[in-house]
Ligand binder design. Structure first.
Ligand SMILES: NC(=O)c1ccc[n+]([C@@H]2O[C@H](COP(=O)([O-])OP(=O)(O)OC[C@H]3O[C@@H](n4cnc5c(N)ncnc54)[C@H](OP(=O)(O)O)[C@@H]3O)[C@@H](O)[C@H]2O)c1
Length: 292
């Protein structure tokens, strides 16, 4: 089919839902990835009321459940012969420590390891699309909160950290991952960038912590989900950035991430530890357009 295809995780609310709407308005077939199939279908029905929304499909899988994520990615590869845009948007700020079946703290699981795993599982489709259509893009929705983490300790994902500390670390991990993946995909035509959407009044601030309470109280001063979606949409669709990779954006403006985000040794360590935690075999992964 000639319609470009985009996948948005966390499409049920906030920035993800606004991004999905924006992609539909720009003519994409949009795959709405939500926590369950029921929520995905509700979201699809709501978005379809929008006059522009014609081409959607749905995925229901909890991103803390890596088996469910793998099954959903396999089904996607069977159903679609192209993937032009992957937006790793889903995110959470768990204020108390909860762990997934692999013992990984859930903020890390959703905000960082799920994008790591999903991007790898969909790489063959993204690389094929870039080779046949000229480009494909991965957009990681990060956060300026990554600046609060001085350096990244790969063990933080399984030991102790929770709350805002885990959130800051997970977002630093996402920037390190963006840079490292961009380096590895250099020759493929797949562009990988990370974007801070601004402080946006969304459900992410629904928790009981002081920061969440404050944002809820002052929500009129913060960005709307539609404004928050401008950065992800720019990176996903604008010709201005079609040759940009491994970069960090604040909204639609390119900027510099924290010094810790340039630590290539930390990025390599994180990479190896992440491979183990999501049970990927490096021998099974190719970053080469020839498939070797
Ligand atoms: N809002 C801000 O100020 C801000 C600032 C910087 C960065 N960000 C980033 O922007 C992204 C979008 O967040 P948002 O502000 O739009 O928050 P949001 O309204 O809470 O949306 C988050 C989305 O992620 C989904 N999600 C969370 N955990 C999931 C899981 N285990 N499995 C599947 N889906 C899951 C949520 O689904 P449910 O509704 O089912 O939980 C929801 O659709 C996040 O990565 C966030 O870190 C936001």
């Amino acid at each position: 089919m000639d319609t470009p295809v985009a996948l948005v995780t966390g499409a049920s609310s906030g920035i993800g839902k606004a991004t999905a709407r924006g992609l539909l308005q720009r003519g994409y077939h949009v795959i709405l990835w939500c926590r369950t199939q029921a929520v995905a279908q509700e979201t699809e029905a709501e978005i379809r009321e929008d006059a522009h929304a014609s081409a959607t499909s749905t995925v229901g899988a909890d991103l803390t459940n890596f088996d469910a994520l793998r099954n959903a990615a396999t089904a996607l590869k069977d159903e679609h012969d192209r993937l032009d845009v992957l937006i790793n948007n889903a995110g959470v700020l768990k204020e108390t420590r909860e762990t997934n079946p692999e013992g990984i703290e859930e903020t890390f699981a959703v905000n960082y390891l799920a994008p790591f795993l999903l991007s790898h599982l969909l790489l063959p489709l993204l690389i094929r699309t870039a080779q046949t259509r000229g480009e494909a893009r991965i957009v990681n929705v990060g956060s300026d909160a990554h600046r609060g983490a001085i350096n990244f300790n790969p063990d933080a994902m399984t030991k102790g950290d929770a709350g805002i500390t885990a959130y800051m670390q997970s977002k630093l991990a996402l920037v390190l991952f963006t840079n490292e993946l961009a380096r590895r995909l250099d020759s493929t035509g797949v562009m990988v960038n990370c974007v801070h959407p601004g402080v946006v009044a969304t459900n992410i601030w629904r928790g009981p912590g002081v920061l969440s309470w404050l944002v809820r109280r002052l929500k009129w001063f913060f960005r709307s989900p539609e404004t928050g979606a401008e950065g992800p949409l720019h990176l996903a669709t604008s010709d201005e950035v079609k040759d940009v990779t491994g970069a960090y954006f604040d909204g639609t403006d390119r900027t510099t991430p924290s010094i810790a985000a340039f630590d290539e040794k930390a990025a390599a360590e994180l990479w190896n530890r992440s491979m183990e935690l999501v049970d990927l075999d490096p021998g099974d992964i190719t970053y080469d357009p020839s498939g070797k």
